[in-house]
Design a protein. Structure first.
Length: 85
């Protein structure tokens, strides 16, 4: 029996909720730092840069900035660093 089906209808305990939250964060971290994700973002940025549309170029830069700063913020947060030298 699938473990998800075995717990249907049960109320989540605080420990279960914390484990589920931790698992979701771990999965997100794994996805965001994967090579496939970086390749995907790079391909979007390349397509936007080669587009004749200024709107597309701006959206590509916005995406790159957001992803880059988000990853940098997560690296700093995960390592416990308080400042960058």
């Amino acid at each position: 029996m699938d473990y998800r089906q075995s717990a249907q209808g049960e109320k989540a305990t605080p420990i279960y909720r914390q484990v589920a939250k931790d698992n979701n964060e771990y999965n997100f971290e794994s996805d965001i730092f994967s090579q496939e994700f970086f390749n995907f973002v790079i391909e979007i940025m390349r397509a936007a840069a080669s587009s004749g549309s200024m709107d597309a170029k701006e959206m590509g830069l916005t995406l790159g900035k957001k992803v880059g700063f988000e990853i940098l913020a997560r690296c700093v947060d995960s390592s416990g660093l308080t400042h960058l030298s």
